[in-house]
Design a protein around this ligand. Structure first.
Ligand code: HEC
Length: 507
């Protein structure tokens, strides 16, 4: 009997498994300690480097997902064939290491702010930590199972478990970026039924309330506050002991007293804080958060000055052209620009159209938008470009004009030449041309657009001869002629032709 060791059948050295076990367990311990050591996330105090590194999370995370999916696949194939799965710890080492990096980056992203109080974010954090820990454990076990005779059963159980946790965590993560209904949104009704979801809304049921019927507080003001302020001022996270998620809480206020003063924007604490210079310590929202945009502030102050009533509709308040324009510019995920949308006309936009709109979006920031997610209808507003918007620039939109349903060119430099292009927009329902250089010549174009419901010619050179042509528009409901040369006689004649028409003359 020889005690000599045969080199070829010597079991693999134990140094590597031991090394991986010790570093692996330390890594797991460190990762799990992170949330406890870091405490509540508070984006305000974080240096920019945290945000910078955090943003790598969405890049890195695909690596562990890809690697673990591949290893699982290889393992599944290996179970059904005789071929031995590769005896190397390297792939799973890279998978586990990248999972750890992804989790650390995700943790920094979380602490960089913006996710405070989000349960989904918290679930995702723990899911990610769970996956990375399971991944490291799986790697350790694999390292001990490299010998050809070793059983792979324990390793396989851990691998399947890891991939399970990974699926859960990535689903939560995807829900955070794309919304919880991302996967199911366009699912056919039978599948929605199995999942216990409501059937898809029918197209005809998607109806935007006319602006006049919208409740200003609930439909417009609170959504603005939700977008800009509520993340730090809500139940469970009320900075300055102020909650801004309900009307009652706004009135109740915080440490400094009531947050709003119905009837007076000037005396309302939230307006005071928003209007402070940006470098003021007390400016809201705090540094680093996107602040109130001009139209948002205009609408908020208007609502407060008009009484700050939680139940009144826009029609019950003094709804001026200026306010309409400001509301039209709000980006609240709903389209308020057109006020009387009865039918949602077309189908989903084609990829081509999406691409074109995205490209043009760079040239007309915020100007060109889809009316809603489910139509190819477009709305355009050039109001923020003011006099910079001229005929030459507007002509760049020629290819998408046929999709336009609402166009606002108020106070821009466009002339009759631009309006002539609108002849190719058969579904146009609303057009605002106030304070432009357009003349009666444009009325010939508008007279062809039989779907027009609302035309604003305030402060233009249009005359009696021009508006007479509009009497051929069967659906016209509202016409603004304030500060034009149109005479009362011509208006009377128009009224006769279109008894339903409301003509706004400012007198
Ligand atoms: C990133 C978190 C954050 C966001 C977003 C935020 N705030 Fe604040 N807010 C704070 C903190 C912190 C305080 C307490 C310190 C202070 O009073 O300045 C505070 C205090 C206030 C107070 C004083 C409350 C009181 O009675 O003491 C008002 C009013 C206020 N915020 C309004 C707003 C408004 C309006 C917005 C949206 C435009 C907003 N906040 C968004 C963090 C935030």
């Amino acid at each position: 009997m020889s005690h000599e060791i045969d080199l070829d059948s010597r079991p693999a050295g134990k140094a590597l498994p031991w090394f991986l076990t010790i570093t692996g367990l330390l890594t797991i311990g460190g990762m799990i300690a992170m949330p406890f050591l870091a405490g509540e996330p508070d984006g305000e105090k974080m240096p920019d480097i945290v945000r910078f590194l955090g943003r790598f999370h969405p890049v890195v995370l695909h690596l562990p997902i890809g690697i673990f999916s591949l290893i699982l696949l290889q393992e599944l194939l290996g179970m059904f064939s005789r071929e031995k799965t590769r005896r190397s710890v390297l792939p799973i080492f890279i998978g586990a290491a990248s999972a750890v990096v992804a989790v650390i980056a995700g943790f920094l992203l979380y602490h960089g702010g913006g996710y405070e109080g989000s349960e989904l974010a918290e679930d995702h954090l723990w899911g990610g930590l769970g996956f990375a820990s399971a991944a490291v454990l799986t790697m350790i076990v694999k390292a001990w199972s490299l010998a050809p005779t070793a059983s792979l059963a324990f390793y396989r159980v851990l691998l399947f478990g890891s991939v399970g946790v990974m699926t859960y965590a990535s689903h939560n993560g995807a829900s955070m970026t794309h919304g919880t209904d991302y996967l199911t949104k366009y699912a056919p009704d039978p599948i929605r039924k199995v999942l216990g979801l409501e059937p898809k809304p029918k197209k005809e049921e998607i109806e935007v309330k006319p602006l006049e019927d919208q409740i200003v507080y609930a439909d417009i003001v609170q959504p603005i506050l939700n977008k800009r302020c509520v993340e730090c001022h809500k139940e469970g996270k009320s900075k300055g002991r102020l909650r801004m998620d309900t009307y009652e809480m706004l009135v109740k206020g915080g440490k400094e007293g009531a947050a709003i003063e119905p009837g007076s924007a000037e005396d309302s604490n939230i307006v005071y804080r928003i209007e402070l210079p940006e470098d003021d310590e007390e400016h809201m929202p705090p540094e680093g958060k996107p602040g109130f945009e001009e139209p948002e502030l205009v609408v908020l102050k208007w609502w407060l000055d008009e009484g700050g009533d939680p139940a009144k509709t826009a029609g019950e308040l003094n709804l001026t052209d200026e306010i309409r324009a400001a509301i039209g510019k709000l980006d609240l995920g709903i389209t308020l620009i057109e006020t009387a949308i009865k039918e949602v006309v077309s189908d989903l936009p084609s990829d081509d159209l999406r691409a074109t709109v995205a490209k043009l979006g760079a040239e007309f920031p915020g100007g060109l938008t889809f009316e809603s997610q489910s139509t190819a209808n477009l709305t355009f507003t050039g109001v923020s470009m003011r006099k910079n918007l001229n005929d030459e620039l507007f002509a760049k939109l020629t290819s998408v004009i046929p999709n336009m349903v609402a166009v606002d060119l108020s106070a821009t430099s466009v002339t009759d030449a631009s309006i002539a292009l609108l002849a190719s927009a058969p579904n146009l329902r609303m057009v605002r041309l106030s304070e432009t250089e357009i003349t009666d010549a444009s009325m010939d174009t508008l007279a062809q657009l039989t779907k027009l419901e609302s035309v604003n010619l305030y402060g233009t050179k249009v005359t009696d001869a021009g508006v007479k042509k509009l009497s051929a528009l069967p659906n016209l409901k509202r016409l603004y002629l304030w500060q034009t040369a149109v005479t009362p006689e011509a208006i009377a004649e128009l009224k006769k032709a279109l008894p339903e028409l409301e003509i706004v003359t400012g007198v």
